[in-house]
Design a protein around this ligand. Structure first.
Ligand code: OSB
Ligand code: MG
Length: 369
């Protein structure tokens, strides 16, 4: 395949309600969209999951755009004929920037699969047509507000609830929700908000039969997670710390994680995600698909990934309506707590170009030389 041009476009989508985590509050979702156009006549799309600010990870939206424009795209253009399977190796000299790398690899993969008439799901090795949906619930202003929000998600049909926690918002909200929903699969996510000295406090979560505690400590404190895992009975699940196949292998060997959250953006793309999935299957580590407030573009690919056999826990693969009143693709609508895996070629969703135009805050087309 030969790339003709790449469009980089930032859009801003309002959220249906603010989303608060231990690292900040989001009121809207600004994100970078990338479209590749090929000489063969196909188009490929991808979301860049980097947030506007480097609070969840070191990457951030305009930094991702900069590294793409300055280094990643010129390298890809210079290479000439390209396949998605070659992208990671080609971009390896540039350190880090997994989210930016994932964006270009995913868009190329979409264009490639569209040409071949193959869906993301069948390319990746999906073995089901529907995936179970979980929902990530932000830190609420009050316990009453949390109860109301969670009740709505239960009514919607979500099969697993994840509560965001931070110091001062942990035992009490978890206790209240567990009492309200004694049989609901329930887990928590701290986004690195605790430290090694919080072991006793985190042990307090063992009373609530949680599926897992996600990323309680600093992303670099893998040993700290291993020590914590030895002291609490609830499984520890790494998110931010897993940035590659190598880091997944190391964290498993250290017993720092017994469950893994795979986010394609965080690990450099769907191909690396597939390698981590295969490792986890081999190591008997359950995996689930994380989310980054993706639009329908990223959600489509995530739902396909989540339909692989090793994804045995419900992911943060919620319906479009969880975050957005209107999506930029045909919306993902949950039925009986599940989303259907798109079956069309590539990511298999239609882009609403008029709506994207309305949401656009900047756009730029780069022609391959
Ligand atoms: O840690 O999983 C996380 C959102 C943004 C950044 C990090 C995380 C999240 C979520 C929401 O928990 C996941 C989603 O539903 O998209
Ligand atoms: Mg997380």
């Amino acid at each position: 395949m030969k790339i003709k041009s790449v469009e980089l476009r930032t859009i801003n989508l309002p959220l249906v309600r603010p989303f608060r985590t231990s690292f900040g509050t989001q009121y809207d979702r600004s994100l970078l969209l990338l479209k590749v156009t090929t000489h063969e006549g196909s188009e490929g799309w991808a979301d860049c999951v980097a947030m506007v600010d480097p609070l969840y990870s070191p990457e951030y939206m305009s930094g991702a755009q900069d590294v793409l424009e300055r280094f990643l795209l010129p390298t890809i253009f210079h290479h000439g004929e390209i396949r998605a399977e070659d992208v990671a190796e080609l971009l390896k000299p540039f350190l880090g920037h997994q989210m930016a790398k994932a964006t270009i690899e995913t868009a190329i993969l979409d264009a490639q699969l569209k040409l071949e008439g193959v869906s993301f799901g069948s390319y990746l090795g999906s073995n089901k047509s529907k995936v179970d949906c979980g929902v990530s619930v932000g830190i609420a202003p009050t316990i009453d507000a949390l109860v109301e929000e969670v009740s709505q998600y239960v009514t919607d049909g979500y099969r697993r609830i994840k509560l965001k926690i931070e110091p001062g918002w942990d035992i009490e909200p978890v206790r209240v929700i567990r009492e309200m929903l004694p049989n609901m699969p329930l887990q928590v996510d701290a986004n690195q908000a605790y430290s090694r000295t919080d072991t006793e406090l985190l042990k307090g979560l063992d009373a609530f039969n949680l599926l897992l505690i996600e990323q309680p400590l600093d992303e670099h404190d893998v040993l700290g997670h291993a020590l914590l895992a030895a002291s609490v009975s609830t499984p520890i699940c790494l998110d931010e710390s897993i940035t590659s196949l190598q880091s997944a292998r190391d964290a498993i060997a250290m017993k720092a994680t017994t469950v893994i959250n795979i986010k394609p953006g965080r690990v450099g793309g769907y191909l690396e995600s597939l390698r981590i999935h295969d490792l986890c299957v081999e190591e008997n580590i359950p995996v689930w698909c994380g989310g980054m407030l993706e639009t329908g573009v990223g959600r489509a690919a995530n739902v396909a990934l989540a339909s692989l056999p090793g994804f045995t826990l419900p992911g943060d693969t919620s319906a479009s309506s969880r975050f957005f009143k209107r999506d930029i693709t045909n919306p993902f609508v949950m039925k009986d707590g599940q989303l259907s895996v798109p079956t069309g070629p590539g990511i298999g969703v239609e882009i609403d170009r008029d709506f994207i135009e309305e949401l656009t805050t900047s756009s730029k087309v780069i022609l391959a030389p």
